[in-house]
Design a protein around this ligand. Structure first.
Ligand code: SAM
Length: 311
């Protein structure tokens, strides 16, 4: 299948989920929802794509797992906006990508903001009913302070594995210790939206000291600061640390308008099957330009407005 057909198919699915949410939970866009660019749809597409092999592999006859969690460390409100187009956010994407015969056993969504939590719970209740999945747990908490407690309470250990989506807006939102707790917790695959745009602004240079203390909290040590690092060096340093916990750690860069580097999507897994899916996903995502996503989304959005009579 060509990359553009593949992309069109994925965007159509995102639009279907968005329309479903709009019908069952018709709150309009508010300031609570995030306003991102079209680049951000790549991360939702990555989650949608990887949810399928995750559930298939975790639930296969050879697997020894008895429960399969979706864990969202920075869940948001369930809706994102790119210019004047709405899309579902990561927790809705995970629920909408649930396989009927091999479903996630639980969705655990952590969000610090009270208002986002309230609207997210309403949206997820409606979404779970619509897709006939189990209920989603929305936990209002600071992920960095509470990750251990939340995992112990909502994802009791045993024969379990997880797919985690880790999507901080900026590097100061995520502490290395949080990611380490998650990776130590058990078997699981991780999709991390590494906030390159905020890292690069704060890396020390020849003429400035940079934000050494906060970057050290993000990466979990201060050894990195003994040499000047480019963004690529810093990302590789970070990935090498993740590699201590997962055999396969790969990344692709997400660009905004004008090919501005915004995030790097990092994937980490111990599973051979998941790694094969990652390689396929990375090849496809790497070829897709943000302006192509924007063009296809705008056409689909216009059609939808005409069909449904949206203003
Ligand atoms: C980039 S947005 C998440 C978007 C979401 N993953 C999606 O795809 O729609 C980041 C979210 O993390 C929340 N947040 C920031 N710091 C947090 C923390 N320490 N613990 C939990 N949530 C946090 C913010 O309120 C925001 O809603």
């Amino acid at each position: 299948m060509s990359t553009s057909d593949w992309l069109q198919g994925k965007l159509n699915k995102l639009f279907d989920m968005t329309d479903t949410l709009r019908k069952i939970s018709p709150e309009t866009y508010t300031k609570i929802d995030h306003d991102y660019g079209f680049w951000s749809l790549k991360k939702e597409i990555a989650l949608m794509y990887l949810a399928r092999p995750f559930q298939n592999i975790a639930n296969s006859p050879n697997s020894y797992f008895s429960s399969y969690y979706y864990i969202d460390l920075f869940a948001g409100s369930g809706l994102v906006k790119a210019e004047d187009t709405f899309f579902v956010g990561s927790p809705v994407v995970a629920i909408g990508s649930t396989l009927k015969d091999k479903p996630f056993s639980k969705y655990i969504c952590i969000e610090a903001d009270e208002n986002r939590c309230k609207v997210l719970q309403q949206r997820l209740d409606a979404t779970c009913t619509h897709y006939q999945t189990c209920k989603a747990e929305v936990v209002q908490a600071d992920t960095n302070a509470e990750i251990g407690n939340v995992l112990n309470k909502y994802a009791p250990k045993g024969d379990t594995c997880y797919l985690a989506f880790v999507d901080p807006e900026k590097y100061t939102d995520l502490n290395w210790s949080t990611l380490e707790t998650l990776m130590r917790f058990g078997t699981g695959d991780i999709i991390l939206n590494f906030p390159s745009h905020s890292v690069v602004r704060n890396l020390p240079t020849k003429t400035s000291v940079g934000a050494v203390a906060s970057l050290s909290t993000f990466v979990g040590d201060s050894d990195w600061a003994s040499q000047l690092m480019s963004l690529d060096d810093f990302l590789e340093y970070f990935k090498a640390k993740m590699h201590r916990y997962r055999r396969e750690v790969h990344s692709i860069t997400l660009y905004g308008d004008g090919r501005k580097r915004l995030f790097d999507l990092v994937f980490a897994t111990n599973s051979k099957g998941m790694n094969n899916s990652l390689q396929d996903l990375s090849r496809r995502l790497d070829k897709i330009k943000t302006k192509t996503i924007k063009g296809l989304s705008e056409v689909a959005n216009e059609k939808q407005k005409q069909l449904c009579g949206f203003a």
